[in-house]
Design a protein around this ligand. Structure first.
Ligand code: XLS
Ligand code: NI
Ligand code: NI
Length: 433
């Protein structure tokens, strides 16, 4: 018997349907800008939120009572069975996992690794008869108490070594399951108080750790992309991978900017005081936009609420940046989103994903329409048209302050301000949403 018994695979029925168990906007085969919608969006279900999260919060214990909750390998297999049952209902092409989501912790590193290898084989067999592939794997280096003072940035070299060994096993697992990417989110790579922290040292440790990951990727011939996922705080007071700009500087410092891209999460962007589209636009401009963790942060809470997305206008601006850079290559849209703790039923889990997929599909189609219309990009380009002239280009390339001075005096230059047309642009965008 399946946990999702009685729930049939979700089909596309169009925007007018009253059926809760149907897609209104997500038709995987719909062609958008010459590509199937499924291949644009590349949806993934997150194992941790959908199958491992028990519904607790700082004031209350678990609210979910899933039949697969427990610490044995039998539980782990039952969890994988339920996961693949949900995948068959949603029909999404990918999933993502941490080691700790899929296997029970062992009494030793060796036992944890054996558990991981065993469940990876089990999942591998399930994948043979399913359409679902692995978008990315990652290591949980933040839940167990050994990681409380960080993983790579821990003051104890034993924790550094343990963390590196753990990442090795997770990269092996990701390679074995044919993963398209490998993610590093620095869960506790930061500090609680500067009073006990040597920032300089911890930076160096984090840099060397990431170099080791890239070296190992090449050693084992992993063809996927290594992704870093920025977040400014939570669980630690301050996290080193604060935002896209900060991580880019870090990659440059350690010579990794050609090797590592970003996994940008909506909620993390909000926590950093940015919009999602700001982080995506910057990552695209720097050539390091890899993949996204799609969710929605509560704008008042101040922590990472990981809700399913429900705002088409917001999602549209995010996909606009993605389409503008040419779309995902190895990346995709991972629902790093969880149910609210009162949403107890299997039906809730299905509906959350169906709703999220529909919001993303509607957003992506609006973004594609804006791009195909071209007005927004034409106006943006026109704003910089002054730079198209030979003289202007030479100015940027070779001119000195003295050259500029001479030119301003001789021509003479007296700049005339032009409208930025913000309200008109906002109004234009609304036409597509
Ligand atoms: C937590 C992060 C985490 C990463 C994977 O805030 O979003 O879920 O995506 O470790
Ligand atoms: Ni995430
Ligand atoms: Ni997050």
């Amino acid at each position: 018997m399946s946990y999702f018994d009685g729930i049939a695979p979700i089909a596309y029925e169009g925007p007018e349907t009253a059926n809760e168990r149907a897609f209104r906007h997500y038709d995987p085969d719909e062609m958008v800008m010459g590509k199937r919608l499924e291949d644009h969006l590349r949806f993934a279900v997150a194992w941790w939120h959908s199958f491992a999260w028990p519904g607790g919060d700082p004031f209350g214990g678990p609210t979910f009572e899933r039949p697969w909750f427990g610490d044995t390998m039998d539980h782990a297999r039952a969890k994988a069975d339920a996961a693949f049952d949900l995948f068959a209902i949603l029909g999404q092409p990918f999933f993502c996992f941490h080691d700790a989501d899929i296997r029970p912790e062992g009494a030793s590193f060796a036992e944890s690794t054996r558990n991981l290898e065993e469940i990876v084989d089990y999942i591998g067999v399930k994948m043979e008869s399913a359409k679902t592939k692995l978008l990315w794997g990652t290591a949980n280096l933040f839940t167990h108490r050994r990681f409380m003072a960080g993983a790579a940035t821990n003051p104890d070299p034993d924790v550094f070594a343990y963390s590196a060994a753990t990442v090795k096993t997770c990269m092996d697992a990701t390679l074995k399951l044919g993963g398209a990417n490998y993610v590093l989110w620095g869960g506790r790579e930061g500090y609680e108080t500067l009073l006990n922290t040597d920032l300089g040292r911890e930076r160096q440790q984090a840099g060397r750790f990431l170099q080791m990951v890239v070296e190992y990727k090449h050693k084992i011939g992993f063809q996927g992309t290594i992704l870093v996922e920025p977040k400014p705080q939570e669980p630690s007071k301050h996290q080193y991978d604060y935002d896209v700009a900060t991580v880019y500087g870090f990659l440059k410092e350690f010579g990794l900017e050609g090797e590592v891209k970003m996994n940008v999460e909506q909620g993390h962007a909000i926590l950093a005081g940015h919009s999602f589209e700001h982080e995506l636009s910057l990552a695209a401009a720097l050539g390091i936009l890899g993949s996204i963790d799609m969710n929605r942060n509560d704008y008042q809470s101040g922590w990472d609420t990981d809700q399913f997305p429900n705002s088409v206008p917001e999602v549209a601006l995010a996909y606009y940046e993605i389409l503008k850079m040419g779309g995902f290559t190895t990346g995709g849209t991972n629902f790093d989103a969880k149910l609210r703790r009162q949403s107890l039923d299997p039906e809730d889990l299905v509906a959350a994903h169906v709703g999220g997929m529909d919001v993303c599909a509607a957003g992506l189609k609006a973004a594609a329409a804006m791009l195909e219309d071209g007005t927004l990009e034409a106006l943006r380009e026109a704003r910089y048209a002054g730079w198209d002239s030979e003289d202007a280009r030479a100015l940027l390339k070779n001119a000195t302050l003295q050259d500029c001075y001479d030119c301003v005096i001789e021509r003479p230059i007296n700049p005339e301000p032009r409208s930025g047309r913000q309200e008109r642009l906002e109004y234009l965008v609304n036409r597509f949403i």
